[in-house]
Design a protein around this ligand. Structure first.
Ligand code: SF4
Length: 451
């Protein structure tokens, strides 16, 4: 009983949403642009956040897990253990665990991601020197509101800046995927974008709490214009490959063994599902939930319940409208100069599912947007689809079961790419075969166009 109480306390008091002002926020690396720009948003609001080096601690992550956890859990655990150990070694007796807060967001639903932060707590507690490193999170249940981790008056504006920064990171990714396969000088795009990322980080930190989004858009336009100059206009268009799947695996290059670059090496141009798509999906799902709650309250004659659901519905509507407006604005500024691919609308992904009666948003999970996203790629004439996920991931396995037969029937090349940190000897062969099929599909399409 005492033991149970002890754990309950650890999992509620040392994993929670509390004011992080002045603490060093430790951000796990995920999407290279996304994690770094989000860190800069925290810094703009006075939180000295930093992205932890990634993947160096994988052995540690594996050592302190049982093997039943999914791969992102092992990678992120390894990152924080490795970082804290390095910090302790660097600072010696000056190391003060209370100065750090480890940031591990969560989501509801069947995905164990919602439990990572608790599990990481239990592992950190095995090291007495890390017991006082608290863990904080933002949660999908309230569309990642930051109102509990920073002063109320700052939190709404912070969330808006963080959303815009996320969309900017999506655009920067799309610029890389559009330019790099056609670059005149090999390696030039990556080198340029590294500097461009730093410029954007500096800009976000310098605008601080001023909400001068226009300054960010102006810089974004400038980056896009400069990136475009690196393209060789004489290089023929490559087969277009759409990536769907689990968000961490598809955006963390080390975990997916640099899949995008590998597809490019074998002749493809890639578009990965965006981070913005996930945030829009979370807001959209919460809106659907409030609609369901309103109906339930109406059936029970619960006026108070109907009133509270209506208020929440209105809040989510405003938030979604705001998000889509900002997303369109950001993409438009970039697309003035370069034809990067637009992002999918969540409502049209839902329509794709309903039209084909394959899956339903009521079932939820990332499978909803992955299946819808893959069908949208097919509708947009992509030449192949890759589903990227942690080995044994349940929603992604559902995607695979649903998509494989459909895409086979539509003659669209499809590849499952699961990862657990090990090297698969036949992976390269699978990608090369897939790319050969994608090239054939592209030539068939081109011939059909010519008539
Ligand atoms: S395997 Fe997939 S569904 Fe399961 S916890 Fe990991 S990401 Fe979530």
């Amino acid at each position: 009983m005492q033991e149970q109480q002890f754990f309950e306390e650890r999992l509620t008091k040392s994993v929670g949403q509390f004011d992080i002002t002045g603490k060093t926020l430790l951000m796990p690396d995920m999407s290279p642009f996304g994690s770094r720009l989000l860190t800069s948003c925290f810094r703009a609001y006075g939180v000295p956040a930093q992205v932890m080096p990634t993947y160096d601690g994988l052995e540690l992550g594996k050592e302190y897990t049982s093997g039943k956890e999914c791969f992102p859990c092992q990678v992120t655990l390894g990152d924080v253990l490795y970082y804290l150990r390095q910090e302790k070694e660097r600072l010696g007796s000056e190391f003060s665990p209370e100065d750090y807060v480890y940031f591990m967001p969560e989501a509801d639903g069947p995905c164990r991601f919602g439990m990572y932060n608790k599990m990481h707590r239990l592992v950190l507690d095995k090291f007495p020197e890390f017991e006082d490193v608290n863990i904080t999170y933002l949660s999908s249940t309230d569309t990642y509101s930051s109102s509990m981790i920073m002063p109320e008056e700052k939190s709404k504006l912070f969330r808006r800046l963080a959303y815009v920064a996320t969309i900017i990171s999506d655009v920067l990714d799309r610029v890389v995927w559009r330019v790099r396969p056609y670059e005149k000088v090999p390696g030039e795009t990556d080198a340029f974008m590294e500097d461009a990322l730093q410029e954007m980080r500096d800009k976000i930190e310098s605008i601080g709490e001023s909400r001068d989004f226009n300054a960010l858009y102006t810089l974004l336009e400038d980056i896009v214009k400069r990136a475009k100059k690196m393209m060789d206009p004489d290089k023929p268009r490559r087969p277009l490959i759409g990536i769907i799947g689990e968000i961490y695996l598809r955006t963390h290059p080390q975990s997916n063994q640099h899949l995008i670059k590998e597809i490019e090496t074998y002749g493809g141009e890639v578009v990965d599902a965006s981070l913005g798509e996930w945030f829009n999906f979370v807001a959209y799902s919460n809106l659907r939930d409030t609609r369901r709650k309103w109906t339930q309250s109406w059936k029970k004659g619960d006026i108070q319940g109907m009133f509270s659901a209506s208020r929440k519905w209105l809040d989510y509507q405003i938030e979604i409208k705001y998000q889509l407006w900002r997303q369109d604005q950001t993409y438009a500024r970039a697309r003035k100069h370069l034809d990067i691919h637009e992002d999918h609308r969540i409502a049209s992904l839902e329509n794709r599912l309903d039209n084909d009666r394959l899956f339903n948003f009521d079932i939820g999970t990332e499978a909803a947007i992955s299946i819808g996203g893959a069908l949208e790629y097919v509708h947009e004439n992509y030449d192949g689809v890759v589903n990227v996920f942690p080995f044994t991931c349940m929603p992604s396995t559902i995607c695979s079961a649903i998509l494989k037969p459909i895409l086979l029937e539509k003659k669209v090349p499809y590849l499952d790419a699961s990862y657990d940190g090990s090297i698969q000897p036949n992976r390269e062969l699978a990608i090369r075969t897939f790319m050969y099929q994608a090239q054939q599909r592209q030539s068939r399409r081109n011939q059909a166009k010519k008539g």
